[in-house]
Write a protein that binds this ligand. Structure first.
Ligand code: SF4
Length: 408
């Protein structure tokens, strides 16, 4: 059996409301097919594709399972359980005490019985979409839950001593530094082991782009979040993610450390790096990315077409499959490594891409170091605070075209 870590992401596209800044595939509950029918599509997807994803083995150990959305907690727990059981029947094995199983939950949708049901089925981690504890700003963000809903839920989780994370959204229109300070203080009261703090990103001209703090104040907001959390032993490990040591999201780390994952459900993405299976390597020596139809209608059609003997590199439509070339794999490697505080390791770069490519990249890394955007570590390079503020610029410098690299 292949010894790489391996995770499964399951997309649940139902939401209580449609938030104006959200890019995910989502639908208001009641506006599309009922959840039972959606889960039946997931079940068919697992059954039909499992033999290929298992790549010749009869079973595969799951490092992580992640129910994301959308709002997975809108589903009855028995439906979540049925997906986990289907995965197990297909050969994807959860290891008690080892497999991380996360579910994203909305504050207005989880009570004590639901929490107990999650824990009984083996959920090990809950990710709460808190966003802000300020009623006014919750309305600005278009959220239906109240701050009191979040506080009630976090009290429940804290008392149950479960492992939970929550999301904070900042730099919202009209939000002040003092309001963010109050949010962070409330967040810390609940002693999360993990917290994701996202600076709102909306394109220019979007209704939510007006009335936001200027760039210099947004930089202060970043600094406030980082220093307040660090003072309580919760450290940044990725651009937007903070954790107590040992509580980093194993699932998200798969995305940032070149590990394989399989995405199920509408719009879900999967990735298989080189070395996952000999068959995949023959078809795509630098790795494969693929994704499901990004609307429920497309997804339903895809599942209806799935036949026996489905093949990844043969049966996915061209617009949903990317057979990576070396320059694309290198770009992904640089971007994902630099998202992490541990940074880009020179040895790993050399090992995957060879000496001449490594030499070319190191030259660019040194230039970024001289500009104060990266700093040298014992193993490689990591982003400085200044670099994180203009991370897109750093990523642009590390985006490669085919002809820029030495010949293979
Ligand atoms: S609840 Fe989450 S997934 Fe749903 S629309 Fe809002 S931000 Fe997007």
């Amino acid at each position: 059996m292949n010894s790489m870590a391996f995770g499964v992401y399951i997309h649940i596209p139902y939401c209580l409301q449609i938030c104006p800044y959200c890019d995910f595939t989502k639908y208001e509950l009641g506006k599309i097919l009922p959840p039972e029918n959606y889960v039946s599509l997931l079940t068919q997807e697992i059954r039909r594709k499992a033999p290929v994803i298992l790549a010749g083995s009869s079973q595969r150990e799951l490092s992580t399972v992640y129910f994301g959305g959308g709002t997975p907690s809108l589903l009855e727990p028995r439906l979540i359980l049925s997906v986990l059981e289907e995965l197990a029947n297909a050969g994807f094995k959860r290891i008690p005490g080892k497999t991380e199983v996360t579910i994203e939950i909305d504050p207005a949708t989880v009570d004590q019985p639901k929490l107990e049901a999650y824990l009984a089925m083996g959920v090990t981690r809950l990710s709460v979409g808190a966003q802000t504890f300020n009623e006014r700003l919750l309305k600005v963000a278009g959220r239906k839950h109240s701050a009191q809903d979040t506080i009630t839920l976090l009290t429940l989780l804290k008392n149950a001593r479960v492992n939970y994370s929550f999301d904070l959204l900042f730099a919202l229109p009209t939000q002040t530094l003092e309001e963010l300070r109050a949010d962070v203080a409330t967040a810390l009261y609940f002693e999360p082991s993990h917290l994701s703090a996202y600076c709102l990103t909306v394109p220019e001209g979007h209704p939510m782009s007006k009335g936001r703090a200027p760039d210099s104040e947004q930089a202060e907001m970043f600094e406030l979040v980082e220093s307040s959390l660090a003072s309580q032993g919760i450290f940044r490990y990725e651009i937007s993610n903070f954790a107590k040591p040992g509580f980093e999201s194993k699932h998200n780390l798969l995305y940032w450390t070149d590990q394989p994952y399989w995405g199920l459900g509408t719009g879900a993405h999967g990735y298989f790096p080189p070395g996952y299976s000999e068959e995949f390597d023959r078809a795509a020596p630098w790795g494969t990315r693929f994704w499901n139809g990004p609307s429920i209608q497309l997804y339903e059609k895809e599942i209806a077409r799935l036949g026996e003997g489905w093949q990844l590199h043969r049966d996915i439509t061209e617009s949903q499959l990317e057979i990576l070339e070396r320059h694309q794999a290198l770009t992904d490697f640089c971007h994902t490594s630099l998202r992490l505080v541990r940074g880009l390791e020179e040895n790993a770069l050399r090992l995957k891409f060879g000496d001449s490519v490594a030499l070319h990249v190191v030259e660019i890394l040194r230039t970024l170091e001289t500009s104060g955007l990266l700093q040298k570590t014992s193993a490689g390079w990591t982003m400085t605070n200044q670099g994180r503020l203009i991370a897109n610029y750093v990523f642009e410098k590390l985006t490669f075209l085919r002809h820029e690299l030495p010949p293979e």
